[in-house]
Each structure stands twice: as C-alpha cells, then as structure tokens.
Ligand binder design. Sequence first.
Ligand code: SAM
Ligand code: SF4
Ligand code: FES
Length: 356
Amino acid sequence: MLPFADALARALAFASPARGWLVPLLGCAEEDAPRLYAAADGVRAAHQGTDVQLRGLIEFSNVCRKNCAYCGLRVANRGADRYRLTPEEIVATARRAEQLGYKTVVLQSGEDRWFTAERMAAIIRAIKAATDLAITLSAGERDRRTYARWREAGADRYLLRIETTDPALFAALHPDGDLAARQQCLYDLRDLGYQLGTGVMVGLPGQTPDTLAGDVIWMHELGAEMIGVGPFIPHPDTPLCDAAGGTVEQTLRLVAVLRLVFPYAHLPATTAMGSLHPLGRERALQAGANVVMPNVTPGAVRPKYAIYPGKICLTDDAEHCRGCITGRIHAIGRTVATDHGHVKRVTTITDTNNKE
Ligand code: SAM
Ligand code: SF4
Ligand code: FES
C-alpha cells in the first residue's frame, strides 16, 4: 500500500487504476483529504472547464417489482404511496423542463413493467418530436431487445448503477437480484451505443475502501462515461433501517478519485449529497463533479419518490429548483452549460492513456 502522497502522484500521472494507490486515496486521513479534493478539482477544471451540466430529473413512477434492501420504493414496503405519471404527463413535464432551459431530461423510475418496451418507446418518440432534449433513461434492468427498442426510439443515455461489485455484498442487498445479470445489462447498453452511466452507493454495510477500489476498477474496465455516486441513507421502512449509512466525506473521496481516474466522465453532485448536508452538492462540485440533476417532477407526486428520508426539494417546484441551483453554481464561481452535454468519447492521448 502506497503512502498518500505517492498514491496521489500515481493518480495524477493517470496510471491505470490499481488497488495499491486507490485504497490509500479512498481511505485517506482527514488531513490529507483537502489535497485529494484540490487535485480532482484541478483535473475537472482542465478537462471540463467551469461549466456544470444540468439534467432535469423526472421521477415518472415509484412502482417497483424489486426488493433492494436499501430502497424505500422496494415492493415489500407497503407504506409507500405508489404513483405512475401518464405518458401525456411525462411528455408535458419534459416540455416544461425544456422551457426552464434544460437540455437533457432523465426519466427515472422503479422497475415498473407497466412501461412496456413499446409504451416507453412511444414516450421517447413523443419527447423527441416535441423538444430538442437529450434523453437519459434510468428505469432499471430490462432485456436487451427492450433497451434496443428504446435506443432506436431516440434515447441517448442510460443510467444503471451497479451499486456494488462485491459479490457477497450485492447478494445480501438484492434478494431478487444477480450481479452478473446487472453487469450484463450494462454490457448490452454499451453495445447498443448508449452513453453509459453507472455508479455505486457509499457507506453500505460492510463496504470498505478496498470494496470501492474494486468498483472503480470494474467501472474503468466497463468504460463508464457517467458515474453517479452518493451516500447510502438508511430508510426507516427497509431491512437496513438501523445501518449507519454513508457520509459526505466518504463520498467526496470517491468522487475525487473518480475524477482522477475518469478525467472526461460526467460525474454528478448527487441529490443524496445535498440531502445529507446543505452544501453537499457544492462540495462535490469542488471535488471533481461537473453535473447536477435538479428535480422537475410535478409537485403533487414528488414527495412519494421517497427512496431515502430527508430528500431535498420535495416541496419546491421545478422553477424554484432551477433558480436555486443556478444561484448555487454561480456562488462557487462556476457556469451553467448551454450545450447538450453529451459525453466526450476518447480523442486525446491523455484519455487514451487513461483508458488503458
Ligand atoms: N430502479 C432503478 C434502479 O434501481 O436502477 C432506478 C431508480 S433507483 C431509486 C436509483 C438509485 O437510487 C439506485 O441506483 C440507488 O443507488 C439509489 N438509492 C436507492 N435507495 C437509496 C438509499 N437508501 N440511499 C441512497 N441511495 C439510494
Ligand atoms: Fe426498485 Fe430501483 Fe429501489 Fe431497487 S433501487 S427497489 S430497483 S427503485
Ligand atoms: Fe431544489 Fe435548491 S435545487 S430547492
């Protein structure tokens, strides 16, 4: 295991990710963390500039057939008040997002099979016909043919967090899940030409810096282009209600390491960071992140998408969040991007080295 300073030097030389230097960075001491964050902020500035990409998040259904141990939307949580936006409401919300200046909408849901391959494809086509928006989907695990249908309909990107690549931890968290099957979904999405997003939660029970290092190495092999990481926040109506959960500081270390390993990736400052600390998203933006995903879900259903307690923006409307986030971005000396924010694919020597 390398000392912190040597590990940071390896990272800044864009060495291929290896546990020997990832672990000392991911588990670094409090007094070393500011140097890690500053290094990541420098790489962000060099490769992404000052622009922060905004993605308007539409949480279109909280119906879910799965039972992930951490999530308030799990099917066994009978206390969850379920809703499903109609296709017309989803398209209208996307149009509203465009009016508010968003260039991308993220359509996120539980694993809700009411949205069949064809129903969802029709929604994607309708949004593409009515707007100039890029579309990111985050609707869980589906078969390759369904992903292909949605891609043909016009979807640009897909977010599917792997959550953890540790087989035992994955199995413990997902009574109805299979790590290899989830990984296969990501390989399928990659093959189909989606801009590929994945990620993990931080602070899961039993997770260590070594576990996270394994996740980083796997995401690098995958060729992830967007990586969302956030603290695990225990939900009272789940089996993990008494777990400790993740912290802002643990998560910042991972955000920073990801920026060093993936200079060109889009890394969101996640809502979960803002939910744990009033300046959690700003701190992530200053430790390597370059994306924020403000909520544009209609107010009536917003509080029902309760994946964890204490989620921010539940009583705010889309217009308010748009103004709020712009102010926060400007307050830390950054700018709001005006382009679609598509991922940059490998074009430079630095990035080629980084992908080796
Ligand atoms: N159902 C889809 C899926 O699981 O990929 C997309 C929606 S799911 C609510 C989006 C993400 O929420 C998950 O990938 C997970 O990382 C995160 N999440 C769920 N429960 C959480 C919790 N208690 N704390 C923090 N993040 C959580
Ligand atoms: Fe469903 Fe996604 Fe929550 Fe798992 S994380 S229970 S798949 S909404
Ligand atoms: Fe929603 Fe600040 S981003 S209130």
